[in-house]
Structures are given as structure tokens and as C-alpha cells.
Design a protein around this ligand. Structure first.
Ligand SMILES: [Zn+2]
Length: 437
């Protein structure tokens, strides 16, 4: 895991350049991926994915190889610009002989995946009806367990997913549902994305779902899913969803970056929530009725995962050393939303609690830096949020908000470092923030 973090795409390409010609290790520019059209047919009974992906990429010269991450897959066809092409599989990497000329290229791969992780088939082997689900969890770099992709957060492209499934089930994925076509007893769901994103944010969920249809003040459609038969929990689970969405859009000051927003509860989820682009998945333990709502509810997670649609999905960290840009910001904006909903005291109390724990950590020598890629979640989330509250206090709300907007505009649909955020803050405030670096 740790090793994977430090293997860059550049390194991989250099390693694999030698596969085709050991004498020409010299120049091998990287393919610049533009788009991917993915078509999959998950089979829950064999726990396999039969799929096809069509890439379009550009090169500025001929290249030796195109390297994709692909785990536990068998390949039927690998076709570059209409011609079958040589490829090798090694250690979770699919290395394909590259095009000899510069230009825009088309790569088609048809495959069968046998995912050992990332895709979860839940409830298909028991006798209970209606609890069947399939869902994915692609973070950190794991979508390559069901589709050959570049597992690098810095390789952003436009992904369009099509999924073929038994028509009993609802299919949810990133992007706007363009079409539902009937194919015998199966149904093909075609989703469309217009903007690029990193591959770890690819996702799909399948199950007997129903949904509430809501709309944000800005017109963004909000689809709030719940398992069939859980109608009575939908209202309480999604309480304040529109308020949170409207608050964050106006507070962040940059329109929600995607066409629609879906939220889907899934069974046996190991996390609280995951901010897949335009399609947050969350643990179904947060499906609550009026009584359960008071014990534990989805409000904070609802706001946290939504904030990630800007901080993480629109602007993505360059690497783990910049994880503050994801978790610190999502935690901060979730607190801001709660302040707006429940009043400042509600949040002050929570902040006071985390400050006490963080102070203890600093005193007993276990304090961690925000820039430490191996820091724990308390540092990334709570200390990260604290840093933003302090910065906002210091610069004033108006300057702080302008700095955030400048940062998001500068780095929209690309990757950023902490330095980029501080630079935007310095530009808007006219003060040096060198002590934060
Ligand atoms: Zn988060």
C-alpha cells in the first residue's frame, strides 16, 4: 500500500519502456488520456464483470507502451487504432505496445474481471429476497479491480459508464442517466459525464432501490435513494439535504461542479460515506426513522461527502501529502453547514472536544503534521478543519471565501498542492502565510 503511493506513472512508463526494446529506454512520452467509455455486465452469481473499455488518448510522439492498472483480469481483445496489438500482463499492470506516431489514438480492451476487492456482491447467496446489492469502493486506487484504468489521481479524463443488468434492479453510477434500453430480460443503463475526474471516483451501485426526487435552489437534481420497503426511513435519513446543498453552494461560492447528485445507502459498507463523483455511497446504518434520527443520523456525513464534490473531486490532491485539501476541507464545510442549521453552539462544543484531544496528542509527542502522508484521520479531518477555522478567523470571512473561490477556479478539474491553496489566500489577503508552509 505504502509502496504503491510512491510509484508514479512516470516511473511505470520508464520501467515498461524496456519491455519492447531494451535498447531504446530513452524517450517515451506519456499518453494523455481524454476519455473512457466503459461498458460492463456484472454477474453476481459468478462474481465477475464482463466488460469493454474504449479509450481515446493523445501522444506528442510515438511511444513504446501504454500502461494501465488491471488486477485479476483476462483479456479477449486489445485493439489499438483498429488493429490487434501486443500486450503483457505483469503484477497488476497491463502494458500495451504504444502507437508509433503522434496524434489521437483509440484503444479498445475487452476483458473479464474477477474482482477480489473493490466490487462487493452482497446478499446474492442467501434466501432473503430483495437484499441483493452490488456496489463499489474505489478509494484509494482500486477501480482497476473491475476495469483497466490508470490508478493515478493525476490522470483525469471523462468517464462514461454503461451497465447491463437484470431489469429487476436499479442501477446508479456517476453522471446523468441518458438512456435505459431494454435488452431481453436485461436493461442497459447509459450514464454520461461531461467533465474529467480521477479513476478512484468511478462507482456503481445496484439493488432494489427507490428514490426521492428533489431539486436544489440552483436547479441541480438531487436523487435520494433508499432500499425498497424502507420508505418510512427516507425522510428522516435525508433530513436537511436541500438545506445543506443550498448552503454549501452559496458558502463555497462556486456552482456544484457536476450535473446531478445522488446518494445511495449500501449494506456492509466499511466506511461512513464515500464521495464518488456525483454519487455518494454511505453505510445503510444511517438509514434511520424518527427515533433513530436522535441517536445517530446522516446529517454531518451528508454535508461532508457533498463538500468533497468540490474538495477532492473538482480539485484533487496531487498526492497523499496534500490530503488536507480533501479531508480538512470536507470536515470544515460540514461544520459550517451544521453551524448554519443548528446554531454556532452545536459546533463549538464539537470543536472544543477535538481541540482537547489534539492538544493532548501534541503534549505527549504524538501530534502529527497536516502534511504527513501517514497521518491519522484525526489529524487530516479535525486538525485540518481547525486550521481552516483559524485561517478564516485571521483573514476574515470575506477574504477567506474569496481565497477559496480563487483556489477552486485555478485548479478546477485538475490537481493541487497545499501550496496552491495558500498562494490563492495570499493573493486575496495581501498577507504572507509563510508560517503555514
Ligand atoms: Zn472525507
Amino acid at each position: 500500500m505504502l509502496l504503491e503511493k510512491f510509484i508514479s506513472k512516470h516511473f511505470l512508463t520508464l520501467v515498461f519502456a524496456g519491455f519492447w526494446s531494451l535498447t531504446s529506454l530513452a524517450q517515451n512520452t506519456l499518453p494523455d488520456f481524454q476519455s473512457a467509455e466503459i461498458y460492463i455486465h456484472p454477474d453476481p452469481y459468478t462474481e465477475t464483470i464482463t466488460g469493454e473499455v474504449r479509450y481515446r488518448f493523445k501522444t506528442t510522439s510515438g511511444i513504446d507502451s501504454v500502461v494501465l492498472n488491471a488486477h485479476n483480469m483476462k483479456f479477449e481483445h486489445v485493439i489499438l487504432n483498429g488493429q490487434p496489438v501486443a500486450y503483457q500482463i505483469h503484477n497488476g499492470l497491463l502494458s500495451i505496445q504504444g502507437p508509433k506516431k503522434k496524434g489521437t489514438h483509440k484503444l479498445l480492451i475487452s476483458y473479464k474481471a474477477f474482482p477480489k476487492q473493490t466490487v462487493y456482491f452482497v446478499g446474492w447467496k442467501d434466501d432473503i429476497g430483495g437484499n441483493e446489492q452490488i456496489w463499489t469502493q474505489g478509494q484509494g486506487k482500486n477501480s482497476s479491480h473491475w476495469v483497466p484504468v490508470v490508478d493515478d489521481m493525476q490522470e483525469k479524463m471523462v468517464f462514461d459508464l454503461s451497465i447491463r443488468m437484470d431489469s429487476t434492479y436499479e442501477v446508479i453510477s456517476n453522471g446523468v442517466l441518458r438512456r435505459k434500453a431494454i435488452e431481453d430480460r436485461l436493461r442497459l443503463w447509459e450514464f454520461d459525464m461531461e467533465r474529467p475526474m480521477s479513476s478512484y471516483l468511478l462507482a456503481f451501485a445496484i439493488g432494489e432501490y427507490r428514490n426521492l426526487d428533489r431539486q436544489a435552489a440552483s436547479g441541480v437534481p438531487l436523487k435520494l435513494y433508499y432500499p425498497q420497503g424502507q420508505e418510512h426511513r427516507a425522510h428522516w435519513t435525508y433530513l436537511y439535504t436541500e438545506e445543506i446543498f443550498d448552503f454549501l453552494e452559496s458558502e463555497i461560492g462556486i456552482p456544484y461542479p457536476w450535473k446531478d447528485y445522488k446518494q445511495v445507502p449500501v449494506s456492509d459498507f466499511l466506511y461512513a460515506g464515500m464521495e464518488n463523483t456525483g454519487a455518494t455511497f454511505f453505510s445503510d446504518r444511517y438509514l434511520v426513522d424518527s427515533l433513530g434520527y436522535n441517536d445517530e443520523n446522516y446529517v454531518n456525513i451528508n454535508a461532508h461527502e457533498l463538500a468533497h464534490q468540490w474538495f477532492g473531486n473538482l480539485v484533487t490532491e496531487k498526492d497523499a501529502a496534500h490530503h488536507w485539501l480533501h479531508e480538512g476541507f470536507a470536515t470544515f464545510y460540514a461544520y459550517r453547514a451544521e453551524q448554519a442549521l443548528f446554531g454556532p453552539e452545536y459546533v463549538h462544543w464539537k470543536l472544543y472536544e477535538t481541540a482537547r484531544v489534539l492538544e493532548e496528542m501534541d503534549q505527549n509527542g504524538s501530534g502529527e503534521a497536516l502534511t504527513d502522508p501517514g497521518a491519522g484521520s484525526l489529524t487530516f479531518y479535525e486538525k485540518g478543519a481547525w486550521a481552516l477555522f483559524i485561517l478564516r478567523e485571521e483573514l476574515g470571512g470575506e477574504v477567506f471565501d474569496r481565497g477559496v473561490r480563487l483556489f477552486l477556479k485555478n485548479k478546477a478539474y485538475s490537481n493541487a498542492q497545499i501550496f496552491d491553496f495558500l498562494k490563492a489566500m495570499e493573493t486575496e489577503s495581501g498577507t504572507s502565510l509563510s508560517e503555514y508552509r
